[in-house]
Ligand binder design. Sequence first.
Ligand code: KMH
Ligand code: ZN
Length: 271
Amino acid sequence: MSKLIITAALVGAEVTREQTPYIPLTPAEIADAAFDCYQAGASIVHIHVRDKDGKATQDKAVFAETIRLIKEKCDIIVQISTGGAVTARIEERIAPIGLKPEMATLSTGTVNFGADIFLNTQEYMEKIARAIQENGVKAEVEVFEVGMIQNALNLVKKGLLSEPVHFDFVMGVPGALPGTPKNLMHLIESIPQNATWTVAGIGRAELPLAVMSIVLGGHVRVGFEDNIFYSRGVLAKSNAELVARIVRIAKECGREVATPNETRRMLGIKQ
Ligand code: KMH
Ligand code: ZN
């Protein structure tokens, strides 16, 4: 089995200080959290950024500052969100790809997102995929529903997405695919043989799906974007605490954890 790639989704667009006082919001806080996760064993950070009021923004300058502060501390791979918040316009979502981060997300379909709609029309998907390709960035395809796999493969056929494709199965978003073992097996069986995959279980689905992925040869995403609890009713004190638990479980299962450079080689990322 390959080494385990751990992604820390540090902040997201939706989680608030009222929900957890531990969420990093400013560029400096996000960079500190990234460094702590790097030391704990994460090789990728998936980042969103917030404005001065703590609201989600796709402001390129805030992304630039955050990436600069992270890179000052460590060589963890930075993956920027092109999803942003459900309210973000397509131009705003695309803007930070111009910073040429090592990775960026690409959501390949529209989905209910709690009480909202996360809109990813064919036009949006193609615009984001093209920007990712033109900037030499490695895409991580965000899959919230099974049909999104086919949409991604259609982008491959159109020459807008390179193979091997790296998928992130985001499972358990209210209104979308539930985070069950059976659903995860179906997603794994639905992607091409040469693809790589990671799983981001939302809320209480985070830990069981991560454990499944460790033993099945997939990769794992944890962090406050997806889940703020360490155990039932107990808030995690940091993103790194969630990463450290995955490292311990992986080691117990005999799965080694990948460094950032090993992850770059596995995903074909040019530094
Ligand atoms: N915040 C969600 C609406 C991504 O980062 O690419 C979208 C999201 C996906 O988080
Ligand atoms: Zn995200």
